[in-house]
Write a protein that binds this ligand. Sequence first.
Ligand SMILES: NC(=O)c1ccc[n+]([C@@H]2O[C@H](COP(=O)([O-])OP(=O)(O)OC[C@H]3O[C@@H](n4cnc5c(N)ncnc54)[C@H](OP(=O)(O)O)[C@@H]3O)[C@@H](O)[C@H]2O)c1
Length: 365
Amino acid sequence: MVALNIVEATNRAMAKDKSAGRPYVAVVGGGTSGIGSYAALELAKVHGEVGQAASRGLRVYILGRRASDTLLGELRAACPFGTFEFVQAKDLGLLKDVDRVSSLLIEKETAYSTQEGHAAKVDLLVASQGILSFGGRQDTEEGLEWSMAIGYYGRVRLVDRLLPLLTQTVSPPAVGHVAFVMNPQLEGDIVVDDLSLRNPKAFSLRNRGSHLAIFSTFYMEALAARNPGTLSLVHYYPGGVKSGIAETSNLGFFIRTMFRIALPLMRIVNVPEAESGQRIAFLGTTSVYPPSGDKAARKLPTGTSVSVGADGKVGSGAYRINYNDDSLKNNDKASKYRADGVGEKIYEHTQRAFQTVAAGKKFEE
Ligand SMILES: NC(=O)c1ccc[n+]([C@@H]2O[C@H](COP(=O)([O-])OP(=O)(O)OC[C@H]3O[C@@H](n4cnc5c(N)ncnc54)[C@H](OP(=O)(O)O)[C@@H]3O)[C@@H](O)[C@H]2O)c1
């Protein structure tokens, strides 16, 4: 576990690191509520607290469907010299909407960086958009199961589309970081010959959770291997965190009532909102979460070490991290799938989905 005071001190040091000569840029998918909004708010607080003279500057893009003036007001109050922009999504479970939002983000960030006289770069992408779904299969018009489309396909499409900015080689060198908020502990059996779970017998809550988790880990490993020295990705379990998810997800009366009863009790064991936000900001620490093939000499924050990657190797670029910043113990099932080359199979399946939808067709694999 990385102690919270070390997390906070590291985040302050990152905020004060002016050697980059440009502001810190974060994109927060699902930033309008819950875990994403806490990450945005803590970034703003850290920069606001170190003060304009000491801060390197901050720009945060918030993605979601519902603009939150309250949140934008809080962000601006916490860091008056920062730039906070809401980028409206229609549905990040639709790849065409992810593409539209990504193009808008790249356009906006390129305009800012040109004005400021530096290369456009995204330092941290938080992917926290998601819903709870206990219902049956519901496909989008693009042929993807909707909850998988929001939690996996749309998220990794967002990462793919922002790769030019995440992996931009700038001077001084800076690594792009991805924090994928989900749960690696859901990794279990997957249906290798029906990755989309189209067979009604294969489609169950358990299989969907396991596919979401394994697909996410393996896609991150594939991206880390393809982007050595420039990209670091974390599949992150945030712990229990108070959020709006039970209200915004379409849960039905019974499950919503169960949540209403359970949520106040869970607050006793929940990760506090501010801690959750600080710990997500910390996932952007390159010395602790380096990209694959990292050759740079980096100073580790006191009390930390280079994390063990999802493949069990130290510093391998894609990480499975618990809420307290510990690496999660390796999962035998995922190891077996990795050894059998299932990771590449998932990467290729995902790319085929992207290409099919980009060609204006419905994905039917
Ligand atoms: N909270 C926990 O204890 C916990 C634990 C483990 C994992 N997680 C995971 O963490 C992620 C974040 O959850 P949270 O608890 O912070 O929930 P939340 O408060 O409901 O936040 C979810 C965010 O996703 C956005 N979103 C949902 N559907 C969307 C769509 N179709 N298009 C675009 N944006 C969409 C929402 O924004 P708009 O409504 O504005 O679109 C909101 O900003 C989820 O994937 C959840 O499964 C949460």
